[in-house]
Design a protein around this ligand. Sequence first.
Ligand code: MN
Length: 202
Amino acid sequence: MAYPYTLPSLPYAYDALEPYIDAKTMEIHLHKHQQAYVDKLNEALKDHPSLQKKELVDLILNLEKLPEKVRDKVRNQGGGHLNHSMFWVLMKKKGGKPTGPIHTAIKKQFGSFDTFKEKFTEAAKTRFGSGWAWLIVNPKGDLEVVSTANQDNPLTAGAIPLLGLDVWEHAYYLKYQSKRPDYIDAWWHVVNWDQVNDYYQI
Ligand code: MN
């Protein structure tokens, strides 16, 4: 992904994740929320031709090297664009349980898929305010569940994100109102573990 940034298209229909995530939420989430991150990121970089040539991931990996004027914008708007672009492909119709190498690694690290699921759900439920829950490969090379505030991506902490769940209210409020735990429970049905395996094997 590079400047000028554009909205990705979903790899499925807006209603593909029904009844777990509703079509209207998907549409607004993509076309209003992510579009705003894209627009503000492009605006932030418009007078910085040298930064326009870099990949978004490189900018996010090197936030401290960016001019102060654009640093927070790349962190928040660039993070928003990157996180959502990952989020869409990490879901699919008829998702479900992990298979393959990531399943083996989860069992090894957490004991069982259910224990991992509890940990991840807890991280997502207890993230105060807006943010994300993640399954990452930490800098030591182990799988770990973490959460981040706002649009921060685990990449900035030297980790590799494998699976992310958006727990901003805009991700669930239309259907679930204040019931974030119900949204989290529903989301497990649409997790695209094939994509998690792809990220894990890079
Ligand atoms: Mn979002």
